[in-house]
Design a protein around this ligand. Sequence first.
Ligand code: B12
Ligand code: SF4
Length: 669
Amino acid sequence: MRIRRFRSHLIVSGMDPVRQMRKTIHLYLIKPSHYDDDGYVVRHWRGVLPSNTLACLAGLTEEAIRQRNLAPKYKIKVHLLDETVEKIPVQKICRSERWGLAKNIVCLAGVQTNQFPRACDLAHALRKAGVTVMIGGFHVSGYLALLREIPADIQALFDDGVTVVKGEVEETWGQLLEDAIAGRLELLYDFLDAKPDLYTKPIPVVRRKYLRRFVASNFGTLDCGRGCPFECSFCTIINVQGRKMRYRSAEHIAEAIRRNYKENGVTFYFFTDDNFARNKNWEAIFDVMIRLRTEEHIPVEFMMQVDVLSWKLKNFVSKARQAGCINVFIGMESVAPENLAAAGKKQNRVDEYRQLIQAYRDSDITSHVGYILGFPFDTVDSIRLDLKFLTEEVQPDHASFFLLTPLPGSMDHIRMQQSGKWMHPDFNFYDSQHEVTRHPHLRDGSWKETYFEAWKTFYSLSNMRAILRRGSRVNYWNNFLRFVWYKNSIQTEGRHPMMCGYFRLKGRKERRPGMPILPRREYYPKRAREIYGYLRSMFRVLTEMEELWLQTRYPSAAEQRVAEELAKLRGKYGQLKLADLQAAYMRAKVHFPTLRVPSKVQLFWAKWSPLLAQNKVFTRADLHAFWTGVRVRWDQQRWFHIPIHKVPLNLFRDVQLSVLFLLHVSREL
Ligand code: B12
Ligand code: SF4
C-alpha cells in the first residue's frame, strides 16, 4: 500500500492548522450524483427517494456536536446537499475558503461506484481552493475491502489531500469531525473491521427542507439494521457491512418515528436494511410500530427489503402488515435455477416464488422483485421465456430490472479482476444499466435491448391492468403511482427508476471535465429539442396511465350514489332536462364541489357515470382514435379532411378527463 503519511490539510496550505481554525464552520454533507452518457450531471427538479446516508450522517453530526460540546467553541452550520436534486455551490464554497470567511469541511457521502467519478471531480475542484474534503460510502469501502493494492484513482485522491474513509462511522464520526476542524485529518481511515454496534446509535434525522425537494415530502428513510447472512456473489453488502446482523433498538426507532411525525409530518418510511427479515429484532420493531399505530394513532406505513424465505418466518408477514408494511422488495434475481446457482443464491427456490408472492398479497402487501439480466446462462430467448414465467406464473406486482454488474466490493469483481477479464474502466457506468462486461451470449447491444424490452413487457398496459385487478382495493393507488413513476423514468428518460426523478434539469457548464462546454447557440436549441421530447413523452405516459385508470378504477361512494339515482332516470334520457339531472345529483348529495362544471359536463357525466359505477370497462380509445386520425391527416397535409367540427367537443372531453384523472392522482400523493 502506498500512502504518503502526511496530514491532508497541511499539504495544500502549508500552514499551522491551529492558526487556521475559524469561528464559523460550514459542514457540507454532500451526496454526489453521476454523469449521463453525454457527460452532464444528472439532476432532477424533484427526486423520488431521499438519501438515507445523508440522514444518518445528519443524526451523527447532531449527536457529535452535543456530546463533544462543540457548539460553544464553534458556530457550526450543517448543510445537507443532494446533487441529484440540487446544484452544489462549488464556487461559493471555494470562495468562502479562499477569502477566509469560514472553515469549510466537505463530506462526500454515501458515494456509490457510479457516483465515484463525479465525487472525485468535486473533491479535486474543492481541494484546489484548500477546502477540507472527506469521502466515504460503499464504493471506497467495498473497493478497498477486497483489493490488496491502492488503486490509482484513490491514490490520486490521497495525492490531492482528500481523506478517504473506509467503513461505518457511528462510533468515530465525532472524532473525525474534531480532526477535520483541527486540520489533523489522516489520509485514510479504516473502520471496516470495527463494525459499530447500532443498538443505541443516533437514528437518521429527517429534515423538512430537504424532503421538500422530493415528490412525496412525507417520505423518510431509516436503517433498522445492517448486514446479511447470505453469500450472493454479485453483492457488496456482505463484504462491507458483514454477514453478522446488527440492529437498532426498537424503542429508539419508535422515538424517531414519533418525532418525525410530529415535527416533519413523516408518515411513510423506506426501511433500507438489505434484509429486514434477518434483522434479529424484527418482531420487537413490528410490535412498537403496531403500538404507535393503534395506541398513539400515528398512521405510519413503510416498505422494506426481504429475502425469498421471509414469508416462512412465523408471523412475519401478518405482523408486518399490522405494523404498516405496504410493500416489500424481494431479491428474486432470476427464475432460472442454474443462474441462481451460478450467483451463489442458494436460498432462492423458484418453485416457491408464487407462494411467496401470494403470501404477501394475502396480507395486502404488494411485492416488488429485483431481477438481474446477464447471468451466465441468459440468452435473448431464455430471458423472454423467463419474463413470461415471471409475469404469468409468479405474478409480482412490480419488478425492477438490472444488468449484472461486477461492483467493486463484490466477489464477482474480484474474481473478474483476478482472471484478467475485461471490465469497463469508467466507474460512471457501473449503475446496473450499462454493459460493463462482455457476456458470452448477449452481444452487439442485445443485452441492453433485452433490458429495455423487459421493462416494456412488464409495464405493458395489459400486465399493469392484470396487476391492478388482481390486487386489493387498499393497494390500488400505491400500485398505480409506482407505475407512473416507473413508466415515466424508463419511457421518458430511459433511466432506471431508482436513479430518476421528475423532470430532468441540466446545467450547460455542469459537464464532465475533458468534455467540451458547448457554446450557448449550440446548447440551448439542443436543450429545447430535448425538453420538447420529454414533454411529448410525459404526455404519452399520462394518456397511457389515464387509460389504465379508466379501465381499472373503483368508483367512489358519491359516484355510486349518483349512479343509483341516475339508474332511476334510465329510459328517460331522450327527454331528460337539466333540472332532472340536477335534482338527481342533489338527491345523491353530490354537488360536484370539486369541479364547478358547466351543464354540458354534467350531461356527459350523466351519460357515463352509470357505466363507471357498474365497473364496466370505460376507455378513451375513441378519443385516441380521433386524435390519431387528425394527426395522420395533418401529416399527410389533407387538412380539409380533418373533421374540424368534432375537435372542440373531443378536446373538451379530453381535457375534462385529464383534469379528473389528475385530481384523483394528486389526491393520492
Ligand atoms: C437505500 C439504497 C438505495 C436507495 C438510495 C436512496 C436512499 N433511500 O438512501 C435507492 C433505491 C435509490 C438506491 C439506488 C441504487 N443503488 Co442502492 N442501496 C441502498 C442500500 C440498501 C442502503 C443505503 C443506506 O442507506 N445505507 C446505510 C448508510 C448509512 O450506509 P452508507 O451509505 O454505507 O454510509 C455509512 C458509511 O459508508 C459511512 N459513510 C458514508 N458516506 C460517508 C462520508 C464520509 C465523509 C464519512 C466519513 C463516512 C461516510 O458512514 C455511514 C454511516 O456509517 C444500500 C445497501 C446498504 N446496505 O447500504 C444499497 C447500495 C448502496 N446500492 C447500490 C446500488 C448498486 C444502487 C443502484 C446503482 C442500483 C440501481 N441500478 O438502481 C442505484 C444507484 C442510485 C444512484 N445513482 O444514486 C449498491 C452500491 C454498491 C456500489 N459499490 O456502488 C448497494 C451497496 C447495494 C448493493 N447491491 O450492493 N439504493
Ligand atoms: S440476500 Fe441480498 S443482501 Fe444478502 S447477500 Fe444476497 S444480495 Fe446481498
